[in-house]
Design a protein around this ligand. Sequence first.
Ligand SMILES: C[S@@+](CC[C@H](N)C(=O)[O-])C[C@H]1O[C@@H](n2cnc3c(N)ncnc32)[C@H](O)[C@@H]1O
Length: 280
Amino acid sequence: MNYRHAFHAGNFADVFKHAILLLLLDALTAKAKPLCYFDTHAGRGSYALDAPEATRTGEWHNGIGRMLAVAHPAVPLQRYLAAIRELHPDDASRHYPGSPLLAAHALRAEDRLILCETQEREATALRGLLRRDRRAHVHVRDGYAALYALLPPAEKRGLVLIDPPFEVQDDDFAAIEAALAQAHLRWPQGVYAVWYPIKSGRVVTPFHRQLASGPFDRVLVAEMLVQPDDSPLRLNGCGMLIANPPWKLDHGLRALLPALRTVLAQSPQASERVFWLRGK
Ligand SMILES: C[S@@+](CC[C@H](N)C(=O)[O-])C[C@H]1O[C@@H](n2cnc3c(N)ncnc32)[C@H](O)[C@@H]1O
């Protein structure tokens, strides 16, 4: 396993994922009770956009680079952009926050973060980043195994983000399906958000079918294509599948996705969709 998120940090897929993550956390923190944020694949928490990895791919230019260049961002984008700028007020175009840092920023003093990462080097960097944050607990362990061991959280409220590297797509989809089935047994009320890549739409269909007949009664899907999904060799888009979404999340997504696509499209055939895979 040699996936390094540093090559991809801040790309269009990260922007999509993190804008939805903030929408989810804002919805959940609207209620007074404490919650637990569980990141099964946390990464290092912050990425330098002038590091050799980011410079080599240049992916961030079509992601956060474009977002920061928008002179008058549409209202649904403003929350995400504000968070990015607040985290790096000196120069938001040199650092990109990962999901743990964005979550730590959005959560309250009474909330808790469980962050799992298998790569020692990434986990060490994440620990260093959040060393003064007593809400955050970094585990150097397999995120799926941690899920089985640690659910349900004491707070009985919260969000699990599942964001695997998808180096072997079929394996990751199978692992996610198994993880969601197990997690439902332990914590059926939890909110689960799963990020996935779209190269060809056909690859995603069996995953959707599986979840449509899975244990969760309410499953919402948001997808964005920045190019048509006719070449399985490149990342054409991505999706977020959300089991047990908070109330009215579909409304928020229906406002957010067209605004994201307007900025991030790489082709006139770029598109987005939000639909209920199951329930409503
Ligand atoms: C896509 S990156 C995560 C990015 C992060 N969620 C973010 O949005 O900033 C996937 C991460 O999962 C880690 N990883 C791979 N397999 C894992 C596993 N079974 N459990 C926990 N972490 C894993 C990789 O080392 C990598 O850092």
